[in-house]
Each structure stands twice: as structure tokens, then as C-alpha cells.
Design a protein around this ligand. Structure first.
Ligand code: ARG
Length: 245
């Protein structure tokens, strides 16, 4: 009898350890992904779902590294603070890997090359490049690389907006002369609004990458390997075809 009780106790003990460790790995599996879903075609809201190139790309990465993901939609300038505060584990948001941001976070290998574009009214003939912007009122989105680029120019009347669609609305209402924003979203907005057109600026290229906390080096390696796999096996190209017209 004693033997049986002893055996049962040991079994219960082992089972509870197994259950605990299982629970632990299940908890660890979820990767909280921060984004700002106002940046088509990279991330935007369709009904209530966050969709887009970045969403598909990070979902494929998560499959490869065996993690579940959960998105958190936050203001763009709140993403880096949220990452530092461990409210999210990674950021994918069409975020440019700038030298300034590299001081605070690590970036994965680049997954997209972009540049800044200028949106103007379709009948505007006075603005042709960045050199035409001094003396004009120019809309940018707070904290975006377009904001940084236009802020570096002298003599521009900068108007800062909380999102690209807000800046585009101001342009359509003739409140500003131009909007400077990343080329892919600019292409999207100009395609949807015939009253505005896009000029591709001569600004240097920017590279989008996934941001992680500096100490997450193992996750960084896993993400980079997954990214390479997706480029090699054709998945990356399929996503480009799906999201960029
Ligand atoms: N590439 C620009 C930057 O890094 C804009 C990114 C905006 N992304 C977004 N999901 N709202 O500043």
C-alpha cells in the first residue's frame, strides 16, 4: 500500500512539473508585435483587422520560429517606448532603420527599401523636387522619417499631423502645399485620390527593418534566418506581388 501511495505521489509530482513547464513554454510562445496600422500597404485596418505586407511577413516569420503572435496597434511615436517598456517584443511598422533609432534598439536585416515621396495637388506645377519646398507649407507625420527630412530644410513651414490620412486630407483641402511621406503609402494615397499626384524625390534610400530590444540577440538571429528563408523560398516575392501594385 505504502509503495502504491509513494508511486502515486511521485507521479502527481512529475505530472505537475510537466504541466508547469508546458504552461511556461505556451506563455513564452506569444510574441507581442507592435505596429501602427495607418501605413498602407504595410499595415492598415480592414474593418477591424490589421492587414498588410508587414502583417503577412511577420506571420510567416513567426511560423518559422515557432511562435504565436499578437498585434498591438499603437501610435507610431509610442512604438519605441513600448518596446523599451516590454509592452511589445518586436516592432514591424515600415520602420526605417535610422542611425538615431539604432542607438536604442537593434534592427533585423532590411526587408524593404523605400524613399520619401512628395504629394501635391494634381494641377500643381511649382513643386517638382525637395528643392522646391522652401517657402511652402509642407505636411509631415509626427516622428516619421519624412518629418526628419523636411525639418532639416530651412525656410519650410512645417505642419505636423498624427497620421498620413490626416495630412492627405489637409492637402486635399488646400490647407498645405505638399505632403512628404514614404513612397509606397504615397503611391496608395495618390491612387485613391485623383486630385493629388505623387512626385518621387531624389532623397536617399531608407531601409525598413524589424526593431527589437538590444538584449534580444537570440530572437534577432532567429528573425534574420527566417527572413532569409522567406527570401530564398519565394514567399517574400509572393507577398510583394500580393501587396504592391
Ligand atoms: N518609414 C517611416 C519611419 O520610419 C514611416 C513609418 C510609418 N509607419 C507606420 N506604420 N505608421 O519613420
Amino acid at each position: 500500500m505504502k509503495k502504491i501511495i509513494g508511486f502515486l505521489l511521485v507521479s502527481v509530482f512529475i505530472l505537475s512539473i510537466v504541466a508547469c513547464s508546458k504552461k511556461k513554454t505556451e506563455e513564452e510562445e506569444v510574441l507581442y508585435v507592435g505596429t501602427n496600422a495607418e501605413f498602407p500597404p504595410f499595415e492598415y485596418l480592414l474593418e477591424n483587422d490589421i492587414v498588410g505586407f508587414d502583417v503577412d511577413l511577420v506571420s510567416e516569420i513567426a511560423l518559422l520560429i515557432g511562435k504565436k503572435i499578437e498585434f498591438k496597434n499603437i501610435a507610431f511615436d509610442g512604438l519605441l517606448p513600448a518596446l523599451q517598456a516590454k509592452k511589445i517584443d518586436i516592432i514591424i511598422a515600415g520602420m526605417t532603420a535610422t542611425e538615431e533609432r539604432k542607438q536604442f534598439v537593434n534592427f533585423s536585416d532590411k526587408y524593404y527599401v523605400s524613399k520619401q515621396a512628395i504629394l501635391v495637388a494634381a494641377d500643381n506645377t511649382t513643386i517638382v523636387t525637395f528643392d522646391s519646398l522652401p517657402g511652402k507649407s509642407v505636411g509631415v507625420v509626427l516622428g516619421y522619417t519624412g518629418d526628419i527630412a523636411v525639418s532639416a530644410l530651412s525656410d519650410v513651414d512645417i505642419k505636423r499631423y498624427n497620421g498620413t490620412s490626416e495630412a492627405v486630407l489637409a492637402l486635399k483641402a488646400n490647407k498645405i502645399d505638399a505632403v512628404v511621406v514614404d513612397s509606397e503609402p504615397a503611391k496608395n494615397y495618390s491612387a485613391q485620390n485623383p486630385e493629388i499626384k505623387m512626385l518621387v524625390s531624389d532623397l536617399i534610400e531608407e531601409e525598413y527593418a524589424i526593431a527589437l530590444r538590444k538584449d534580444e540577440t537570440e530572437l534577432l538571429d532567429q528573425i534574420n534566418i527566417a527572413l532569409q528563408t522567406l527570401k530564398d523560398n519565394g514567399t517574400y516575392d509572393e507577398l510583394v506581388i500580393k501587396h504592391f501594385k
